[in-house]
Each structure stands twice: as C-alpha cells, then as structure tokens.
Design a protein around this ligand. Structure first.
Ligand code: GLC
Length: 557
C-alpha cells in the first residue's frame, strides 16, 4: 500500500473549494466579505473535509470584472483586509490541514494599472512593450471575442497611445506581452512573492490567451509553452510541492500540450471542461453515452497529471463545446428562459435550481462528480445547495453572498441590505430555506450528506489515482465506471434517469469469490458478485459506490 505517495502529489487527491472573500463572510459589517471573516470560517471548511482553498482574486482592483482586473499584484484590496490578515488566514488554514491556492490573473491587467498608464503615455515608456500594440487592427490572429455582449473586437484604439492594444477579454483588461522578458521576470516575481507568504499553488487564469503571442506584430518569436515550463521550474526551485491548476477550455486532444506533452513539465492540473459539458448533456438526456464518450477521451499520460472536475464554477456554465443542437437540449432542460442564458453559450444558474431542487437528483450529480477520476472542485455554497440570484447581472448571478443562517442577509453581514456587495438569493433557494446553520444540525441535510461523501472520497484513493474504465451496462441512463489502483478496484454506478431500473453492469476482471463492499451505504452491506457481472436495483437517480474484493485490515473501514 502506498498511501504515503498520495501526500506527495497532494493535488491528485485534494478536495478543492473555490470562494470569493468578498461574498463569504463580512466580519466588520461594511457589507463586503473580508479576510477576517474567511478566517473565522476556516473550521467550517475543515469540518466539511475541504483540503485546498482556491481564492478568487483579492488584490486591489477597480472591480470592473469582479477582481479579475488587477491594479497591484503585491497587495490586498483594502475593502477585504490587509496583507497581515492574509497571512493570518493562511496560517490558520495550514494549522487546520488545508492548503491555499490563489488565482493568478496575468493574461491582462486592469487598464488602471500603473504599468498600463505608463505604457499608454508614450512610445518611449519603459512599460510600452509590456502590452501588445499595433498601428492597425491585425487580420491575424482571428478575433475571438470572449464577452460578445460588451466587445466586438480584441483590439481597442487608445487615443493617448495613438495605437491599438490587444485585449482578449474586456477592453479595460489590456493583455500583457509575455514575449517581453521583463514581463516574464515580473510574473515570476509575483509568483515568488505569494509563495513566500505561504500559498501552495495557483489557479492560472485564461491560460490559452496568456500564451497567445504568435503572429502579433513586433513580437519576438518565442514558444509560449516555454514560459509555462519556466514558470513551473521557477516554482519548483522556490518550493517543491507547488501546483498550477490551469483554466484551459479546449478539446482533449489539445490539453496534453498544456500538461507539457510527454515531459509533463507544465501545469499539473487542468479543468476537464469537456467532461463537465458532457455531464450536462447526459443529465439533460438522461442518457449516459455522452459522458461515457468524454471519459473515454480523457487520458492521463504522466503520473503527476490530474484533471479537475466540477459541476459549477464562478462563471457562466459554458456549453461552448457542445453542438448548437446539443446546447439547445441543455438549455431546454435546465435554463429555458432567455434571462437564464448568457453569451449564447452558457447558463447563469446554479445546479440545484437547474435540477428544480430535486434533492435525490442533486445528490446523484455530486456523487457522480466525486466518483469521477480527477480532483473535485466545489464552488462555495454548493455544499448546502444554494441557488442563483438572476436579478444580479450576467455571470455574477451565481456569486451572491454565502448563506450562513436564516437571519438578516443570510448571516453574511450585519450591514443594511442596500449596502451589501451583492444581494442575497430570494425565495425558494434563499437563506430562509437554504443555510449552513440549519443543515449543520440536520443529520439528513445535503451538507451532512456531502461531509460523508467527501470523507468517503478522501478514503478512496483509487478514484484519484487509479486507471479508469467505462463499464458496459444494459440501461441507457446508467453510467458505470471502475478505477483500479495498487491491486484495489472501485466501481461506481449512477442512474441518470428518473425511473428505477434493474441494471446489469459488466465488471471486467474480478478475483474469484470477491465480494462488494458498499462504500456509501452506512450499513456497509456486502453483496456477492455473480461472475464478472453485477446485477443491481437502482432507484430513480440512484447511485452506488463499491470496492471489489474482500475487506480486510488493509482497506479503509
Ligand atoms: C477567466 C475567469 C473569468 C474572468 C476572465 C478574465 O475566464 O474565470 O471570471 O472574467 O478569466 O480574467
């Protein structure tokens, strides 16, 4: 048994929890969450079994893209606290056994960053080449506008500079020029700074855009992947166990490049956007095949690579990699109103409301997420089943305040509701019905169930480390897969359909006389296996996890 290895490549079996400090807990009563508030809730997170926090940007920012537009990479926005509060928070998280990663948003700065102010002021400014300029709008690379509601080009004219500048995202987010060695040096310095303060890694924002320099007039030809490679080895020199989690929403065939190809020397973790989108198609159709196909296409080529799996994140639920017809199926099932949709490619809802509050179906979806090979990533509030607030504009609808209690402002803040950073959810998914305090005391709540699920997941390294296979079954709505690691095997079976069924799952190789240990059923029921197939009764949206083989003192209890 090599459980010891799992602490070495810790990100492979982490349970990641993403939160935004400003919407988590407001300690000083000014209407905005803060680092002291987060520190006060570290024990809550540790109690759920979270092993790694991912903090969305908390640096000084004019907040025109919710902090993804930074004006100082070496500070904390004063609304959220101080660097001192940050270090106290990290120290507390570590004491409770949690690692902390932060967003690294360096594809672009805010247009109010001193670097950009200097760059636009004159052609001879030492910062001019920190950004990407052009006299005309270049024909190549093809303009791929990320926010079509607000922008129609990735080039914007700057009166002061007398040139166009590149911005893949909003025009107030000018792209940094990573072909400039000075920029690369500065980015390493930023990374080094936060490592000294104790962070354990970075969620690297918008990686394909960050790396895109090719074809831009005036740029030195570099292999942009060298930049990621250099950053990885820089981090490894500073601290051996640092992890990068890349945001790369591309087809599987393109992902290997970002892991670093056969050498695996770039990012260690990549979000599995394709698997996520297939899950939604499978849920909408109640047909396991799209998910099975996506999992078959998910490959891991080196030992330290891992995928990060998620059902929701802080952005719109992007369905951009589905065909138009497939996307429409998901829209019809989970977000039929135009107001629920965004950019023609996504939904601005949270999972429980998309599943119409069906608790059995919600649990099945999370059981599926936690059983899939990869590192599960939760977005704050998912553990209690929060919904969105469609009254909040655009993607921000899912970034409403965390619901702690049934009191004023859901216990998030003591400020008058009109002063809150963002309004709380109202109605069916609002704090009166959905809050952490009530669920904490209820043995049958989603939160209590989720805690048990996370505990089980942490005790099941096969799922994080094992080789995976999709298993054949004879019911179209049933998804079954198996993970093998160190002579142990775990099988998970999920009924994506609303109807109960009797399903036959082909298990593959099974040792003679092996039994099945039910990992989720608290009674630990053992079933005999008949040959290499398993016949199971599943309720509508039913789910089971099994470990194959005789339970002995070597397997977790
Ligand atoms: C990423 C973030 C998104 C942000 C964008 C620009 O896609 O997830 O929230 O707006 O990058 O930084």
């Amino acid at each position: 048994m090599t459980t010891a290895r799992t602490s070495d490549l810790w990100w492979k079996s982490a349970i990641v929890y993403c939160l935004d400090v400003e919407t988590f807990l407001d300690w000083d009563g000014d209407g905005t969450g803060d680092l002291i508030g987060l520190t006060e809730r570290i024990d809550y997170l540790a109690g759920i079994g979270i092993s790694c926090l991912w903090l969305m940007p908390f640096q000084p920012s004019p907040n025109r893209d919710d902090g993804y537009d930074i004006t100082d990479y070496y500070g904390v926005d004063p609304r959220l606290g101080s660097l001192g509060d940050f270090v106290a928070m990290i120290r507390t998280a570590k004491d409770r056994g949690m690692r902390v990663i932060i967003d690294l948003v360096v594809n672009h700065t805010s247009d109010r960053h001193p670097w950009f102010r200097a760059a636009r002021s004159s052609r001879t400014s030492p910062f001019r080449d920190w950004y990407v300029w052009s006299d005309d709008i270049p024909e190549e690379p093809k303009a791929e506008v990320v926010f079509p509601d607000a922008e129609d080009s990735i080039w914007a004219w700057d009166e002061k500079a007398g040139q166009y500048y590149l911005h893949h995202f909003y025009s107030h987010q000018p792209d940094l020029n990573i072909a400039n060695p000075k920029v690369r040096e500065e980015l390493a310095r930023i990374v080094g700074f936060w490592l000294e303060l104790g962070v354990d890694g970075f969620r690297v924002d918008a990686v394909p855009f960050l790396l895109e320099t090719g074809g831009i007039a005036g740029n030195v030809e570099i292999d942009p992947h060298d930049f990621l490679r250099d950053l990885r080895s820089f981090m490894a020199r500073r601290r051996g166990d640092v992890m990068m989690l890349g945001e790369v929403n591309l087809p599987h065939k393109d992902l290997q490049l970002f892991f670093g190809g056969p050498d695996g020397d770039e990012v260690q973790l990549l979000f599995n956007f394709i698997l996520m989108q297939s899950i939604y198609l499978s849920l909408a159709r109640q047909d396991a095949r799209p998910l099975a196909k996506a999992l078959r296409e998910t490959v891991r080529k080196t030992d330290d690579q891992q995928y990060a799996n998620f059902l929701r994140n802080h952005d719109e639920l992007t369905l951009d990699k589905l065909t138009d017809a497939q996307r429409q199926e998901v829209f019809d099932a989970f977000g039929p109103e135009p107001d629920m949709q965004l950019f023609g490619r996504g939904l601005r809802r949270r999972l429980p409301s998309m599943l119409d509050g069906d608790e059995q179906r919600i649990r099945m979806a999370y059981s599926l997420l936690f059983s899939l090979p990869g590192t599960p990533v939760l977005f704050y509030g998912e553990e209690i089943g929060m919904g969105e607030n469609l009254a909040i504009e655009g993607r921000l609808s899912v970034r409403s305040p965390m619901q702690w209690t049934d009191e004023k402002n859901g216990g998030f803040s003591s400020a008058p509701p009109s002063r809150l950073r963002r309004p709380v959810v109202e109605g069916r998914f609002g704090p009166l019905a959905v809050n952490a305090a009530a669920q904490r005391r209820d043995p049958d709540s989603l939160l209590t169930w989720m805690e048990r699920l996370i505990r089980r997941r942490r005790e099941t390294p096969e799922l994080a480390w094992g080789a995976w296979h999709v298993l054949e079954s004879d019911v179209v709505g049933v998804f079954a897969h198996r993970c093998d690691w160190e002579g142990r095997s775990v099988v998970a079976v999920h009924n994506l359909g609303a109807d109960p069924c009797i399903v036959r799952v082909e298990l593959g190789d099974v040792p003679e006389g092996a039994t099945l240990d039910d990992l989720l059923d608290e009674r630990g029921a053992l079933d005999e296996i008949d040959g290499a197939a398993l016949e199971l009764k599943l309720g509508g949206y039913g789910y089971r996890w099994f470990r194959i083989g005789a339970a002995d003192q070597r397997t977790p209890p």
